[in-house]
Each structure stands twice: as structure tokens, then as C-alpha cells.
Ligand binder design. Structure first.
Ligand code: AMP
Length: 476
């Protein structure tokens, strides 16, 4: 056994050394803390965007391009003019348009105060900004109807999952100035045209009428009376909605709420006569256009500004999965409520991210990208310089050319040409640069010739045409 007496002096000695060390450490830590306070330590850098935001990589771009092209065609066919709006607007524009008590305003909107003290928000939807622009630029004097198309990112603080992002992209089509239901039918037809152009086949339209603001208020009272005494059976959200936005209870996804709604008085029975007629005529027009639709009495869409027609577009698959691709409706009172003239309007948004996702799920075929059939190789400083001009000459004549200007060795450039499977390789060395000639190598037959640079375009076209003939003959 080790006696206490023996270890005591040693321990004492150690304690004094330890104390010295401790003092030093404290001194160092204090100095460090002071330094930190003077210049706060850099936060670690995350190599990813904020949650719910994502990059759209080159590999997915051909799908996005196809969507953009289909939208451009629809704009042309139906006479829409493009308008671009800022992604940031004053917060009260959204609050006044969309309404308090909606999920978008209460939970999802990204709002902040700028350094100058302005209360602004990232747009969670397009309509409010569009209505603001309509009023600001005095569009009411333009011949009606006014058809506008806008496209861009929207921001909603939602729980991210596949197909649901905090930054997503929408294409919006809006028509101002007429309230005839033929416009409603036509805009639904346009939506169908876009999705079918993208190769999406199993599409379902759901339509409903939520009447005028007055008939909605009347129905809200009836609904509240029906649900009030059984509110304990509603989900927590719907208990709150009973006070803030009772109509939203109608399209709650919770089973227990859906059951209560089943036995509730129907909205359709409380519609004003004019809205009923409007909705009936819309259905007649859709029948005429052979658009298949389902009347969906529970669909209200969550925003305050909607009146009368509302609709949604779904893509369905064999297993019963439904993906919402877009939605919209009439907002006949919005412009006036923001201080403009009385202007009926209708619009809808297509979720571009969802369109792309559905195209990928359905293995939609994309057009073959145009690939260059000519490669321009250069050797030496002078040739390198001259090849820039040749490149632009070919480009101007509609000939797509690949190159590898950054590489010096002819061998490595020809490797690239082979990898790209081009039909013609153009080689410009020091001698050719001085003689103003180019070596043309037919990569299909392997033959080679030298032509003067002013005849280059004709010579390249001749080889490409010759190859086309060979391909066509082979296919006979
Ligand atoms: P809404 O503006 O809510 O009517 O949405 C119109 C369409 O935009 C929806 O049908 C979806 O296709 C798409 N969408 C809405 N929210 C999101 C989101 N968070 N992420 C991706 N797409 C969305």
C-alpha cells in the first residue's frame, strides 16, 4: 500500500505547477475571447443552399427548356404578352390581396425589414404583384381583354419534400377586363394545351365556383353554425380556421374534418344565382372544347381574392397518385380592392418544377439537341488567333462548330473531335494560317483536302451534304 505521507509533498509540488499552468491557460483563454469579441469567428460555410432551395443543374435543363418552349407557344397561340415583376414587394400588398388567416400569409411568407426600414416580402405568388402593376401602369385604358404572361420564382416557407420547395417556379397566365365564362373555359383549355404539349397524358381538371364575396360570407355563416357545436372533432388547424378562414375547412386533408364536411350544407346550394349561371355556362364551354373535368364542390383554394370559378390541374398515375400541376381562378374584385377600377380578372399558375418532375416520371422524350458536326483544330499562336475568325465565319453561316482552343497539341484536339463524333475536322497550322488555307478532313471517309479559307463554308457544306446522302441511301 502506498502511504499518504509519501505522496503528499509530491502532490503539493504538482499543485503549484498545475496552478501556474492554469493561470497561463486562463490568460490565454481571456486573450482569445477578447480577440473573438473584436473580430467574431467566421461561421462555418455550408456547401448547400438553404433548406427547400436547390440548383437546377445542366442535366435537367433540357426538360425546363421544353417547358419554356411550350409556354412560349401557348403565349403566341392565345395572344399573351410577357410581363416581368420583381420578386420583392411591400408586405402589405400581399396581406391585403391574399388575406390574413390564410396559410400563405400566416405561415409561409418570407418577410423582412430592409436596412431602410421598408417592410417587404419575397413574393409567395404572382397575382398580387400583377394587380399592383396593372394599376400602377394604368393598364385599364388598354383594349380589353388584356392577356399577360409572367414566369419566375416564388417563395413559401413550407415543409420541403419531393416536388415541394421553398423556392419554386411558376408560369402564370392572367386575363383582365372581361367576366364572360368563355374566358374561364379558354384559359383552362390553354392549360390543357401546355400540359399535353409536354407529353403529359393523364390529366384531370377539377373545377368549382365559390361565388361572390357576399355569397361566400353567407355560406361561411352557415358552415360555422354547422361546425361550431362539433368543433372538438376538427383538427387543430381547422379549429383555428373556424375563426380565421372557415372555407379552408372544406378542403382539409384530415379524415375527421372531411367526414364533418360531408354532412355540412353544400356550398353550391348557397351560391348566388349569377354565379350559378356563370358556372353552368363555363361547363357548357368546356364540353364544347372537349375538356374533361370533374366538378369538385369542396375545392375552395386558400386565398381571399378568388371569386366564382376556381380550378386545379392534376396529373394522375395508374396507382392513384395525384400531383397538382397548377391552379387558379377568377379574382374579379382584387383590382378594385387595391384601389384600381372595377376589373374582372382570371388567372392561373403552372408549377414548372412539378411539370419537369412529371415529365421525368413519365419518361417524356426530349428533342435531340443539335450537335456540332464540325471540329476546328489549331496549331501554333498565329493559327490559334486566326481560328477565332474562322469559327465566327462558320457560325454566321449556320454551321455549328466544336473546338478546343485551350489545348495546344493537335493530338489531344483530334481526340476531342473523335469523342464528339464529328463528320469534318478543320485543321489550321502555321503554314495554313500564312497561306490563308485550311485542311479539311472528312472523318467519315478519311479523305483530306486543302481549301482556301474563302471557300471553306462551301467545302464544309459539300461534305456534310454528301454524308447525308450516304446515310439516306443506307436507310433505303
Ligand atoms: P398555387 O399557387 O398554390 O395554386 O400553386 C400552383 C402550382 O404551383 C401547384 O399546383 C404546384 O404545381 C406548384 N407549387 C405550389 N407550391 C409549390 C412548392 N412549394 N413547390 C413546388 N411547386 C409548387
Amino acid at each position: 500500500m502506498i502511504s499518504k505521507k509519501k505522496i503528499l509533498p509530491q502532490a503539493k509540488k504538482k499543485t503549484s505547477t498545475a496552478k501556474k499552468i492554469e493561470k497561463k491557460v486562463v490568460k490565454k483563454t481571456v486573450a482569445k475571447e477578447m480577440k473573438k469579441a473584436a473580430a467574431p469567428e467566421k461561421e462555418s460555410l455550408l456547401m448547400q443552399p438553404p433548406r427547400g432551395m436547390r440548383d437546377i443543374l445542366p442535366i435537367d435543363q433540357p426538360y425546363w427548356e421544353k417547358v419554356r418552349k411550350a409556354l412560349a407557344v401557348a403565349c403566341q397561340e392565345y395572344g399573351y404578352n410577357r410581363i416581368d415583376l420583381p420578386a420583392l414587394e411591400f408586405t402589405n400588398l400581399f396581406v391585403r390581396s391574399i388575406g390574413e388567416g390564410t396559410d400563405v400569409i400566416d405561415k409561409e411568407i418570407y418577410s423582412f425589414v430592409t436596412k431602410g426600414g421598408d417592410k417587404v416580402s419575397l413574393r409567395p405568388e404572382m397575382t398580387a404583384g400583377l394587380a399592383r402593376a396593372y394599376i400602377q401602369h394604368g393598364m385599364s385604358v388598354l383594349p380589353k381583354p388584356i392577356r399577360l404572361f409572367s414566369m419566375g420564382p416564388l417563395y413559401r416557407y413550407e415543409r420541403p419534400q419531393e416536388g415541394r420547395y421553398r423556392e419554386h417556379f411558376q408560369a402564370n397566365f392572367d386575363v383582365f377586363g372581361e367576366d364572360d365564362p368563355i374566358l374561364d373555359a379558354q384559359i383552362i383549355h390553354l392549360a390543357q394545351r401546355v400540359v399535353s404539349q409536354l407529353g403529359l397524358k393523364n390529366i384531370e381538371f377539377r373545377i368549382n365556383s365559390i361565388g361572390t364575396a357576399e355569397s361566400r360570407r353567407e355560406y361561411e355563416k352557415v358552415l360555422i353554425r354547422h361546425l361550431e357545436f362539433q368543433k372538438n372533432k376538427l383538427c387543430q388547424n381547422c379549429r383555428e380556421r373556424l375563426v380565421t378562414n372557415p372555407l379552408r375547412i372544406l378542403d382539409c386533408k384530415e379524415d375527421k374534418c372531411a367526414q364533418l364536411v360531408q354532412s355540412a350544407p353544400k356550398f353550391a346550394e348557397h351560391l348566388d344565382q349569377e354565379s350559378k349561371n356563370h358556372f353552368k355556362r363555363l361547363q357548357e364551354y368546356l364540353d364544347e372544347l372537349e375538356v374533361t373535368y370533374v366538378v369538385s364542390p369542396q375545392m375552395v383554394r386558400g386565398l381571399d381574392y378568388y371569386t366564382r370559378t376556381v380550378f386545379e390541374i392534376f396529373s394522375t398515375d395508374g396507382e392513384g397518385r395525384k400531383t397538382a400541376l397548377g391552379g387558379g381562378g377568377r379574382y374579379d374584385r382584387l383590382i378594385q380592392s387595391l384601389g384600381g377600377e372595377e376589373t374582372p380578372a382570371i388567372g392561373f399558375g403552372l408549377g414548372m418544377d412539378r411539370l419537369v418532375l412529371e415529365m421525368q416520371r413519365n419518361n417524356v422524350k426530349l428533342h435531340q439537341e443539335l450537335k456540332p458536326k464540325v471540329f476546328l483544330a489549331q496549331l501554333g499562336d498565329l493559327a490559334k488567333k486566326k481560328s477565332l475568325r474562322l469559327f465566327s465565319e462558320l457560325q454566321k453561316n449556320g454551321i455549328l462548330v466544336a473546338e478546343s482552343f485551350g489545348r495546344g497539341s493537335l493530338k489531344s484536339q483530334m481526340r476531342v473531335a473523335n469523342r464528339l463524333n464529328v463528320e469534318v475536322a478543320l485543321i489550321l497550322g502555321q503554314k495554313e494560317a500564312l497561306d490563308e488555307t485550311v485542311i479539311l478532313k472528312d472523318m467519315v471517309s478519311g479523305t483530306q483536302e486543302t481549301v482556301t479559307q474563302d471557300k471553306l463554308v462551301i467545302a464544309v457544306r459539300k461534305i456534310l451534304k454528301g454524308n447525308q446522302v450516304v446515310v439516306a441511301k443506307k436507310g433505303e
